[in-house]
Write a protein that binds this ligand. Structure first.
Ligand code: GLC
Length: 753
């Protein structure tokens, strides 16, 4: 095996906004994206195309540097990059000179044949969070991971890799933080001191460049803001998709879907979404409907609509090899499928049997795919579930010689799912006109948040998976993906009634709340577990609907700052080591003000850690001092959730669907505190893109304990709130107090008590 070190600098040169340092082996290209984001691309193919699926920003026009005999120094207001020339090594510091992260002096960057790896110094107390959909602990230290999008059905809480690739992590040591994004789509590796006597971390890829973006902001939140500035943020999701979603593999007929939907209404269990898994199609052919079981899709969806339900249908990438099937014929005729090097179309087997796979890397193929959704949108589908896009073929092993245009499978496998989601999003957005499509994908790469939500694939009905799900959601959140769900109840296996109850309680605090299960499993709808459990699950779902004004505002925050909806405590309490303890690592903030402590179904008490500040148990109002561990009750009807002192939680009355008008009252729950606090309230029509033209309703809600007031600033935006009245509810005060209702005027409103 050919082994090459990066070697010493031979020349330093500035070409417009790029600093180019050449060694005998490679070139390092340094560009500045913002004062806190610097890119280093160490490449052996400097003339190659410089393309990224993730990054949507351009570097700044200027780069300035100083040079001495030993060093090159690049300084911005937020970062100092010191590059030692011999051998060429990179070290990042704060402007004050505190070390953030640097190459390992001995090994730096090197190659074994095409494989490139980078060795980085490990600090004694260093912790790592992120890498997206990865099992294991919140703190990734002493663990190693591979990125290779995989159909990981039957995965365990130890399986790696899973379905998605987010080669981005945040390092934390001393009082500092930094972010690191390796934008390389090949199979990649991250080892956080797992296999080298804690001497260094190492990361790299099978091929391609050591192409990374270094983030120097000094809070996790601001690093996320920069990372999502670079790779994009999600847009406002359709409000209906934040309601309860009911799925199953599969409801076999239109009548069965309708029966389940009407049962929700009969049982007064709020719900918004029904799903069709693969069996709605004819022979699993994408963009078809089974004539016998779904004979009149439009009439069927009209009936769902009349019950205030939306429908989401699944699409897989595999196009069945069958003459006379439109997508097959067109794809073959136009050469839209992945091929072998001799030009033959690749064939792999998935649900429909032998399939071809669209080359989603081509714009014309994406357009063709996107336009085909009329088969689903014309009858009324508004949500599009993209599955099997790792891409999955039976036995997993898509041959390495399969080509997508001029690229071989190993180069682009990790982005295939993202490009499918992109084609689906672009296409359905166009077809639906001004309506927001809901797109969900299983495989993803950094930047997928621009197109789609993700779920964590085929989990299992165990308590371990319940807790793992919370960690996966939180880890995806610190990797740019805020809109995430897990299969509530566990996809495989059958949950006990207690597990189903507990998992639904956690589900209401998950960005996407979907109940889904494997073929031939027991039915999972809320009424399958007896009257008493139905009552509990109904109550949780009602709580979810009450919280929608709060949740929708949290999503708005994500669209503006990249801060996720479910936030590991490592975001706000980064330097508090208790948040990384295994006992507490599953806890998270849901939006700004609620702390959720997931608990397994067999435990009726829980150890929780409340970080600094005061907290109140949401269900009882009991007050707790932060910075401490507690053993608290966790009965099945009440998983521990705490409101932060000063939390402002806008709520509404219980409705059966987001399409219900409700009673028009916005209840603003305010949790007592000695300090003032503010919440950014956001509302729009929930359904269209009119908000992009200013048709939204946004105001700050400020609680000022000293003056005993809640103030709503005057409204920004041209949307008229659906709430005509406002009622402040004081919690954690001597007694719960409901203050007299006021009209929801657009001018400033001051509510006193
Ligand atoms: C995959 C998906 C699962 C789906 C099934 C059938 O296993 O992960 O959610 O139900 O395929 O389409």
């Amino acid at each position: 095996m050919d082994f090459k070190m990066l070697g010493p600098s031979q020349s330093v040169q500035q070409k417009s906004n790029k600093l180019i340092i050449k060694t005998a082996e490679a070139e390092a290209h340094i560009t500045i994206y913002s004062p806190s984001v610097i890119r280093v691309n160490i490449t052996r193919q400097p003339a190659g195309a410089d393309e990224s699926f993730a990054v949507i920003r351009e570097p700044l026009a200027q780069i300035a540097y100083e040079e001495t005999a030993e060093e090159i120094i690049v300084k911005t207001s937020a970062l100092t990059l010191r590059i030692s020339k011999s051998p060429l090594r990179f070290a990042f510091y704060t402007p004050g000179g505190e070390l953030l992260s640097k190459d390992d002096d001995r090994f730096g960057t090197n190659w074994q044949n095409s494989r490139v790896t980078n060795y980085r110094e490990l600090q004694a107390d260093e912790k790592f969070i992120g890498l997206g959909e990865k099992v294991g602990n919140l703190n990734r230290r002493a663990s190693s991971f591979t990125n290779w999008n995989t159909d990981a059905s039957d995965h365990t809480p130890k399986t790696d890799p899973l379905y998605e690739t987010f080669p981005f992590f945040i390092g934390i040591h001393g009082a500092v933080t930094y972010g690191f994004f390796l934008d390389n789509t090949h199979k990649s590796y991250f080892d956080f001191g797992a296999s080298c006597d804690d001497q260094f971390i190492w990361l790299g890829a099978e091929d391609g460049d050591l192409n990374y973006y270094f983030f120097g902001a000094q809070t996790v939140g601001r690093i996320l803001e920069d990372y999502t500035w670079l790779t994009g943020r999600m847009e406002m999701p359709p409000l209906w998709s934040l309601g309860y979603q009911q799925c199953r593999w599969s409801y076999m007929t239109a009548q069965e879907v309708l029966d389940v939907a009407s049962k929700f209404r009969e049982h007064n269990v709020p719900a918004d979404v029904m799903y069709c898994d693969i069996d709605y199609m004819e022979g699993f052919k994408i963009f078809t409907w089974n004539n016998e079981t779904f004979p009149d899709p439009k009439a069927f969806i009209d009936k769902l609509k009349a019950m205030n339900f939306k429908l989401v249908t699944i699409v897989d990438p595999g196009i069945k090899v069958e003459e006379g099937y439109q997508q097959y014929d067109e794809g073959v005729e136009r050469g839209y499928f992945a091929t072998y090097p001799n030009g033959e179309n690749y064939i792999g087997e998935v649900w429909p049997g032998r399939c071809h796979f669209p080359d989603f890397f081509r714009e014309d193929v994406r357009e063709w795919w996107g336009a085909a959704f009329t088969a689903l949108t014309e009858p009324g589908v508004e949500g599009f579930w993209n599955d099997m896009n790792e891409p999955a073929v039976w036995n997993q092993n898509m041959p390495w010689i399969v080509k997508f245009g001029d690229k071989f499978m190993p180069e682009v496998r990790n982005v295939y799912g993202m490009q499918m989601a992109r084609a689906t999003y672009d296409g359905t957005r166009k077809i639906l006109g001004n309506k927001r499509p809901f797109v969900l994908t299983r495989a993803a790469y950094s930047g997928t948040q621009r197109y789609s939500a993700v779920w964590t694939g085929d989990n299992t009905a165990t308590d371990e998976h319940l807790l793992l799900g919370a960690r996966l959601v939180n880890s995806l959140g610190v990797s740019g993906m805020a809109y995430v769900g897990v299969d509530i109840g566990g996809f495989s296996g059958n949950p006990t009634p207690e597990m189903m109850v507990r998992w639904n309680n956690l589900g209401i605090y998950t960005p996407m709340y979907r109940n889904h299960s494997i073929k031939d499993s027991d039915y999972r709808e809320p009424w399958q577990y007896g009257e008493e459990n139905l009552g509990l699950i109904r109550k949780f779902i009602e709580d979810r609907y009450r919280l929608l004004p709060y949740l929708y505002s949290a999503f708005y925050q994500t669209t503006q700052t990249g801060l996720p909806v479910c936030r590991t405590l490592a975001i706000d309490y980064t330097h508090d080591k208790a948040v990384y303890y295994e006992d507490y690592q599953n806890q998270f903030l849901f939006g700004d003000g609620l702390l959720v402590a997931p608990v397994i179904s067999t435990a009726l008490t829980a150890k929780v850690y409340l970080p600094c500040g005061d907290w109140y148990r949401l269900s009882t109002g009991e007050k707790f001092e932060g910075g401490k561990e507690y053993e608290v009750d966790a009965p099945l009807h009440d998983m521990p959730v705490f409101a932060k002192a000063g939390a402002i939680i806008p709520q509404q009355n219980v409705i059966q669907s987001t399409q219900d008008a409700g009673d028009g009252i916005l209840e603003i729950h305010v949790w007592n505190s000695t300090e003032p606090s503010t919440f950014v309230y956001y509302e729009d029509d929930g359904d269209t893109y009119n908000y992009e033209q200013g048709t939204y309703h946004k105001r700050n809600i400020t609680f000022t304990p000293a003056s005993k007031t809640v103030t709503l600033s005057s409204v920004e935006g041209g949307y008229t709130s659906k709430y005509t009245q406002i009622q402040v509810v004081l919690k954690g005060f001597e007694e719960v107090m409901k203050i007299d209702m006021v009209d929801n005027a657009n001018d400033e409103i001051v509510i006193e008590w």
